[in-house]
Design a protein around this ligand. Structure first.
Ligand code: PSV
Ligand code: MN
Length: 396
């Protein structure tokens, strides 16, 4: 790679940070059962410790996303403990994810539940989550709703839209000036006939209604197969409504596989749209890059390191597309020329330049190898095996 490309890769990496999900270090599974790993994290402290390892070795994951019900067992009171984990393990709390889907009360929905007392309870949880975020200095409160219905005719879709609008507006009023509300959409699962926020358009309408600090969150697994995600990204950018991403890959549904494992070109195209927007507007897009993955079979920390490494590679490749040349090719309708600019960037091996960058930061050139040599996995496997052995449970 020539030195100007190397410099582009390094400059891009300086700006790239990606947030890890606490739940990616925990035992997870499918609706058919959980596969328990001896080294999996079962406490918030262990999740911070594991996320801290990934940050130590990669240097680009300073924050960890928290899921309120799973990570803040005492709600708002958990925040002191969490601050302690944060300073002990060198990673800060990141986005705060309210849990509006797991309690029995939410069987027929949260903000969209026909029962007013359940809607109020959901709103209380949303406000508590905002307070947790405030105490932890977290900027983003990230809302995903499992609300929806399984059978035609069983839910008043327009009424539920109204309830969502009202609740999101009220939650928005509780935000501090520097906080943001992210609204995530998903067209299926666990509801299979309709979900209340099924796509980016619905999320956009609700975020606009909620208030100026609400933006849309794009989870790459939450689309129908073959949907053009980078076009959605381009539209949200042009509307100034793109707040963040949950990255994961998929083959069929919301598979939560490792980012870039199935279709790395898809992620590259997303990053390209963002870089091209930044080149054209000469301003940085304010986007929270986050991982949302469940590693059912792979070792969790290794899978996370693999994810971060892949994310850096794809971001760096996108930085190699020459905005000016692309703009000219597009204006001249030079289709092959324009497309080749993307293809050539994607085909460039950016790994040596990334290694150089890591070296210049005092980071291991190969974070995976460094992790395997570190002895961390052996230590936590010993420490956690007995606890995990008693954790066998199944959804079946
Ligand atoms: C739902 O599928 C989702 O993508 C939401 O972001 C949740 O918060 C997350 O997964 C974890 O279950
Ligand atoms: Mn998600």
């Amino acid at each position: 790679m020539d030195s100007s490309n190397s410099a582009k890769v390094c400059a891009a990496l300086e700006t790239f940070r990606i947030e890890l999900p606490s739940w990616g270090f925990a035992n997870t599974g499918t609706r058919f059962g959980k596969f328990i790993q001896a080294a999996a994290a079962t406490t918030t402290e262990e999740k911070f410790s594991d996320a801290g390892q990934v940050h130590l070795l990669t240097g680009v994951c300073p924050t960890v996303a928290l899921h309120v019900l799973w990570d803040c067992p005492d709600g708002v009171k958990s925040t002191d403990e969490i601050k302690g984990y944060s300073s002990r393990y060198g990673v800060m709390p990141g986005s705060i994810n309210p849990n509006l889907f797991q309690d029995q009360e939410y069987k027929y929905g949260s903000f969209g539940n026909p029962d007013e007392s359940v809607r109020r309870r959901a709103l209380r949880h949303a406000k508590d989550s905002i307070e947790i975020a405030r105490r932890l200095n977290s900027r983003d409160i990230s809302f995903w709703f499992a609300d929806g219905s399984n059978y035609p005719g069983t839910a008043n879709i327009r009424q539920r839209k109204q309830w969502f609008t009202e609740a999101l507006k009220e939650a928005h009023q509780g935000l501090s000036p520097d906080q943001r509300m992210l609204v995530e959409y998903k067209p299926f699962e666990p509801a299979f006939y309709h979900t209340d926020i099924a796509d980016w358009g619905m999320a956009l309408v609700l975020a606009r209604a909620a208030g100026p600090k609400a933006k849309v969150l794009v989870d790459t697994g939450h689309h129908y197969a073959a949907q053009n995600i980078e076009q959605i990204v381009a539209w949200l950018l042009s509307e100034d409504m793109l707040g963040g991403f949950h990255f994961n890959d998929r083959r069929y549904a919301d598979d939560d596989l490792t980012m870039g494992s199935i279709d790395p070109y898809q992620v590259f195209r997303i990053f390209h749209e963002i870089r091209f927007f930044e080149w054209e507007t000469d301003r940085r897009a304010d986007i929270a890059y986050m991982v949302d993955q469940s590693h059912n079979l792979k070792g969790k920390i290794e899978a996370m390191i693999q994810t971060v490494t892949m994310a850096q590679q794809l971001f760096a490749k996108a930085a190699l597309v020459d905005g000016k040349k692309l703009d000219t090719a597009q204006k001249n309708c030079d289709l092959v020329g324009a497309e080749s600019l993307l293809q050539d960037a994607f085909a460039t091996d950016v790994r040596p330049a990334i290694q150089e960058w890591r070296d210049s930061k005092g980071l291991p050139k190969d974070p995976m190898e460094a992790f395997r040599q570190s002895g961390y996995l052996e230590r936590i496997t010993k420490e956690r095996a007995a606890k995990n052995a008693h954790n066998i449970s199944s959804y079946a």
